[in-house]
Unconditional design. Structure first.
Length: 533
């Protein structure tokens, strides 16, 4: 079998046997992959392999060692699909949860099936499986950040500026007494202007090799970040990776929009300038894209498994330190930044931002992005809504004061909404993904209730609460993704899934809550029985 990804034309062929048919270069390429493939194997194009990697399924693909020669295509780098073993195990799993609710786009998803087979109570087996899963997620995140870092370096080379910093690690000055990270949130962040020189002399990022020290420090940093995530059902490293995947997906849609017509121009610089203007400068700044992915990765470090309101109610030390505002979010930024500025990451920091101005912009982007994920604070929500209104209330052409400020304001708001949408991406994806993460969040809050760290049993409000969350936050957020006009088909896709999930939950939600409670109680009883044995 051969699989290729791309646009097709569909129609009905008339004749003695009328039939529905797909036409076009995509179909031709898939046919070439079939004829150059091997018996009982699935042959993938580079484009399909890239989409699978973007969807967190890099483990499914294996590069073909030899390049194939396809008629009309020349030499092609192709891949084999290697997920048969996983499919067999999942289909034969005795776990009702796993068969009914397939895994989502996590980079390594077979751990649940492995644990489902572990009926002997072998905790070491489960720990080894989880460890392997985390290891694969670390590899995936490192790969994504490495590719983005190469784009940052390629941009600097095209500009003729410093490629890699050689100075001592740069640090943000200490905050003034009484100030918190929330005080650093900017109304808008100034992104670089369009650089015709850099656009004209673009360099292929794949031609750049990262310094070995930088690569090693990046891997060590991501690994340490993973270890700083607590073992919560929902707010854990796997969920952070899921959010990172969504950010990567949305960024890819910004960088390669389908709704811009470039046919009338053969000048790459003109195309790049058009794209720069269309996306408010986000596509022209790889450091901004790196910061978005970095923010997604670190945004829930050390999350305790209870919401900010509970930390404040418990009068915790951390709540006092952050003045009872965005407690978990501020703590995550502080921990991630303190780690990054340790001496053993000096080469990595110097590569990300070799100058003070770049470090400052990187810090601003991270702070604004992570703070935007606190969606439960009503005051902060009103502030963000006001900033949205100021940014998108009137067209750019009608602004007489500062068009440049308006562009930066729009870019900042788009970035914040990108990570907000990614933070709740499961609500705007396929139903089985929504169900998986909804169940995990329910379990996390149910555990908190059982431990006395929540006043209300989530079972008492979960059905109505989800409807309200979808109606008053998720669907309006999905509409804003569409309104800002830079996410192409993703905005329609996210909105459609949000509406479908809302309808499905309205119909099945009450029964699902009962099912979750019953399942959790059975698991708890089984666990207690195993521990007694």
């Amino acid at each position: 079998m051969g699989i290729h990804s791309g646009p097709v034309t569909a129609g009905v062929l008339r004749g003695e046997r009328s039939r529905f048919q797909l036409f076009g270069d995509t179909m031709n390429t898939a046919s070439r992959l079939e004829t150059t493939g091997r018996r009982d194997r699935i042959h993938l194009s580079e484009e399909t392999a890239e989409l699978l990697t973007m969807a967190g399924k890099a483990k499914w693909i294996k590069p073909r060692e030899d390049r194939v020669v396809a008629k009309g295509k020349g030499e092609l780098s192709t891949f084999w699909l290697e997920c048969g073993e996983k499919s067999k195990r999942s289909s034969s799993s005795e776990s009702a949860d796993e068969t009914e609710y397939p895994e989502d786009t996590s980079a390594a998803s077979e751990v649940s099936s492995d644990v489902a087979f572990n009926t002997t109570g072998d905790e070491d087996f489960a720990l080894r499986s989880i460890s392997a899963k985390v290891s694969r997620l670390i590899d995936w995140n490192v790969d994504v950040l490495s590719r983005l870092l190469k784009q940052v370096l390629a941009r600097r080379m095209a500009e003729g500026s410093m490629v890699v910093g050689t100075s001592m690690p740069l640090r943000i000055p200490s905050r003034a007494p009484g100030k918190t990270i929330l005080d650093e949130v900017e109304d808008y962040i100034i992104l670089p202007r369009f650089d015709p020189k850099a656009a004209k002399h673009q360099i292929d990022p794949d031609s750049i090799d990262l310094d070995p020290d930088t690569e090693a420090q990046l891997y060590e940093y991501v690994s340490t970040v993973a270890s700083l995530y607590q073992d919560n059902p929902f707010h854990n490293f796997e969920h952070a990776s899921h959010i990172t995947m969504s950010v990567v997906k949305l960024l890819s849609r910004i960088v390669a929009p389908t709704d811009l017509d470039f046919d009338n121009s053969k000048d790459e610089a003109v195309k790049t300038k058009t794209l720069h203007d269309h996306t408010y400068g986000i596509t022209s700044d790889p450091l901004t894209q790196f910061a978005c992915v970095f923010s997604a990765l670190i945004h829930d470090i050390d999350h305790s498994g209870v919401p900010n309101v509970q930390l404040i109610k418990e009068n915790s030390r951390i709540a006092k330190y952050y003045k009872e505002k965005s407690v978990a979010e501020q703590n995550s930024v502080d921990l991630a930044w303190e780690l990054l500025t340790e001496d053993n990451y000096s080469r990595l920091v110097a590569t990300i931002c070799p100058t003070g101005s770049e470090l400052k912009r990187f810090r601003q982007l991270v702070v604004n992005s992570v703070m935007a994920t606190d969606v439960m604070d009503k005051d902060l929500k009103e502030i963000r809504n006001g900033r949205w209104d100021r940014a998108f209330a009137e067209p750019l052409s009608s602004l007489s004061k500062s068009p440049r400020e308006s562009v930066n304001r729009k870019a900042t708001i788009v970035i914040e909404h990108l990570i907000q949408a990614s933070d709740v991406a499961h609500t705007m994806q396929h139903w089985h993904i929504y169900r998986k993460w909804n169940e995990r969040l329910f379990r996390e809050m149910y555990v908190a209730y059982e431990l006395g760290r929540a006043e209300k049993n989530p079972a008492d409000f979960w059905y109505e609460g989800e409807l309200g969350f979808l109606d008053f936050y998720i669907i309006p957020l999905a509409k804003k993704l569409k309104d800002c006009g830079v996410f192409g088909v993703s905005s329609d896709e996210y909105l459609n899934y949000a509406v479908k999930n809302r309808s499905e939950w309205e119909t099945r939600g009450r029964d699902i809550v009962v099912e979750m409670i019953t399942a959790f109680r059975k698991k708890d009883e089984k666990h207690k029985s195993i521990m007694c044995q």
